[in-house]
Design a protein around this ligand. Structure first.
Ligand code: NAP
Length: 436
């Protein structure tokens, strides 16, 4: 029997577990660990609450968790409750699938002013992440700004613009729904340090902005290169740019009170305000020969009492695991960190790619593992039994999938009409629900 520990129960963790289960069948036992008693990681805490079709992928993960060779061990934080070295004693291989939950910093003056948040914080707030339940982002001003031109920036801007009716059927948490419903924000500026051709926004996500109930997207056609230049773009990107051009050609709908303004070639220099964020000072940029943003020296202020920077994430370090400081992930070669230690997902590749990208990623690493320790060869490690004994000695309350099912049922039972669930947003509430 081979024992595997997959650390992290987001998409990368689940696809890897699925692949290992297929590779080893009855000769493998796979434990998926998570620091929280609730699984799914990014699916629960990252994917936007109004994108329920994306969240539905968790049904597939349930099947993996319910299969005979796979167990979920929740409420265990690797690096705090148990070390990687200890896991390597109990398991034949350890696969780190811990994602990249922390915000990259802007590195500009004023970014620590009240009113400035990273997207992980803001997204965590509206998605019920326990670390950000108390965030209380200021929504009483009329202007907000989102920094970055990726899909996360779009998520943040869209959530800020939506009406309560548009959240019907979503699982946005009650505290965020209430606060957003009272929001005074009327202008949301999306700042991109480069131009329309350089956006990292995908067509489906961008297209949604054309159908918002209360907000019009505003794009300046003067920011675009000549139309012919679009031909050189890869098809997906061309589609996104076509949508942006449509926005530019459409005057704002006077019936919609909110504006979502795309400000391209705008690089944040500092955030200013009297004890809190009031404006971002940006520098107009142009593209240099390599396509990077080069400042032109022209600066101006963009009013914003709420600033969200959505410029990427980093993976936390874990003791004993080599860390790639520049790349913000673990040092690895094709997923292999060192003997019997692997990384998958954002912890392997860095914070890019969609949920689906993690499937081939997980399967590739499972193949590597299977090649290093073929099915049929046997290990002599203690697996979950050893781990659970250690956790018990340390007073760590480990939870299992049945516990999660109880939490899930309770969350479903307390949902608003039409909503799939009302999430608990505090660690203690999860544990109370399962009587711990
Ligand atoms: P991303 O796609 O890498 O975009 C990051 C953005 O931040 C880029 O526009 C980048 O501009 C900008 N940026 C970086 N540093 C900056 C700085 N110092 N100042 C100003 N701007 C800066 O990252 P993401 O939006 O966090 O998304 C992460 C991954 O999740 C992506 O692969 C994304 O597609 C995926 N995702 C998918 C969905 C979905 O499918 N619905 C939703 C959310 C996220 P430059 O290009 O100039 O560097």
């Amino acid at each position: 029997m081979r024992h595997f520990a997959v650390v992290g129960s987001g998409p990368a963790g689940f696809y890897t577990a699925e692949a290992l289960e297929k590779a080893y069948g009855e000769q493998g036992r796979i434990d998926i660990l998570d620091r929280y008693p609730v699984p799914y990681g990014l699916i629960r805490f990252g994917v936007a609450p109004d994108h329920q079709s994306l969240k539905a992928v968790s049904k597939r993960y349930d099947k993996v968790a319910e299969s005979a060779g796979v167990d979920f061990i929740g409420n265990v934080c690797v690096g705090r409750d148990v070390s990687v070295a200890e896991l390597l004693d109990f398991y034949d291989a350890v696969i780190l699938a811990i994602g990249a939950p922390h915000d990259r910093r802007l590195g500009i003056p004023g970014e620590d002013l009240p009113g400035v948040f990273g997207s992980a914080q803001f997204v965590g707030w509206y998605n019920g992440h326990p670390d950000f339940a108390e965030l209380d982002p200021p929504l009483s001003g009329t202007h907000a700004a989102v920094i970055g031109n990726g899909n996360v920036a779009l998520d943040c801007a869209r959530i800020l613009s939506k009406t309560a009716r548009e959240f019907e059927g979503s699982d946005i948490v009650g505290h965020a729904l209430e606060a957003l419903d009272q929001s005074a924000i009327r202008t949301i500026t999306i700042l991109g340090r480069r131009g329309p051709h350089q956006i990292a926004m995908t067509p489906k996500e961008l297209g949604e902005l054309g159908h918002l109930e209360a907000a019009s997207p505003i794009v300046d056609i003067a920011d675009f290169p000549p139309l012919e230049a679009d031909q050189a773009l890869e098809p997906g990107q061309r589609k996104s740019i076509t949508i942006l051009r449509e926005f530019a050609a459409t005057p704002p709908d006077p019936a919609k009170p909110k504006r979502m303004v795309f400000d391209f070639f705008a690089k944040p220099l500092s955030i200013e305000g009297d004890g809190k964020a009031e404006r971002i000072i940006v520098e107009r940029t142009e593209l240099d020969e390599k396509g990077a943003a080069r400042g032109t020296g022209e600066t101006y202020g963009v009013p914003a009492s709420l600033v969200i920077s959505a410029i990427g994430y980093w993976t936390p370090q874990i003791e004993g695991v080599p860390y790639d400081e520049r790349g913000t992930k673990f040092v690895n070669e094709g997923g292999r960190i060192s003997d019997r230690l692997y990384a998958v997902g954002w912890a392997r590749r860095g914070p890019t790619g969609t949920i689906g990208t993690n499937r081939p990623d997980g399967y590739e690493v499972a193949d590597l593992i299977a090649a290093a320790m073929p099915a049929g060869s046997s290990g002599e490690r203690a697996g979950a039994e050893g781990l659970k004994r250690l956790l018990e000695r340390r007073g760590v309350i480990a939870t299992d999938y049945d516990d999660w099912r109880k939490i899930e049922q309770t969350e479903t039972g307390r949902a608003r009409p039409g909503s799939p669930r009302e999430k608990f947003v505090r660690h203690q509430e999860w544990l109370q629900t399962i009587g711990r």
